[in-house]
Design a binder for this molecule. Sequence first.
Ligand SMILES: Nc1nc2c(ncn2[C@@H]2O[C@H](COP(=O)(O)OP(=O)(O)OP(=O)(O)O)[C@@H](O)[C@H]2O)c(=O)[nH]1
Ligand SMILES: [Mg+2]
Length: 261
Amino acid sequence: PRGSPPPLPRGPSGVPAAPSPRPLGGPRPAVLAIPEGETGSVHKRGKPAESPPFPPRGLSCPSGGVFASGVMLVGDSGVGKTCLLVRFKDGAFLAGSFISTVGIDFRNKVLNVDGVKVKLQIWDTAGQERFRSVTHAYYRDAHALLLLYDVANKASFDNIQAWLTEIHEYAQQDVVLMLLGNKADSTQDRVVKREDGEKLAKEYGVPFMETSAKSGLNVDLAFTAIAKELKHRSMKLPNEPKFKLHDYVKKEVRSTGCCKS
Ligand SMILES: Nc1nc2c(ncn2[C@@H]2O[C@H](COP(=O)(O)OP(=O)(O)OP(=O)(O)O)[C@@H](O)[C@H]2O)c(=O)[nH]1
Ligand SMILES: [Mg+2]
């Protein structure tokens, strides 16, 4: 159907092969050639690029034992995607006026996962509807998606179903997905209970945790859990027990009230 990109060719192991420039439904995104930098942004207007600079799917170990993985942050505008990324990358909270993301920004961070370096290339998408055609183009190459809502904003929670529909349409079937209820520090303004988030996540079979970019609650855990899952998927060592993302998250997750990251 128009609007949904064709599937990527699958490699012999069933793992998708590296993407090649391809026509996408709708207007092509304007992408700057920035794959090697530490930060960057992609705006709606600009020079069309050959292909989005996500690390190629297929999760190879290109050099120096570093796995490159693309993680995308999605969810309504204002739920805290940019703040979550800044907290993870810089350990800081962006207080003050809200600057809505235009197009897409990215940051890289290398994590050490059980002795293996995993380079996460994290794409911070704009939640605003008018940038949707830009973000659609990136789903296909993402290895993992962090889908956020704001516990103090009921509409952002109600929209999760629509986001899941969009993910189903544009992302790869095997994409690692996690639901995050952000702004867990908002005790006064909270309108979505933790149990509601848990219930929704269970319904869709996705791991869930509440996070706070402000306090740091579970922020490192969210990204580490994703990195562990991606690393285990790509290495598949015969003697290593299978990594279970759900179990790991359940075991490690912290509840609100504490401000540990
Ligand atoms: N209390 C609280 N406020 C937060 C938290 N995370 C983000 N905020 C605030 O929420 C507002 C929006 O945060 P952003 O990170 O810019 O939201 P976004 O999801 O990136 O929004 P778009 O770029 O428009 O998609 C800002 O004013 C932040 O200070 C959090 O964990 N707790
Ligand atoms: Mg943003």
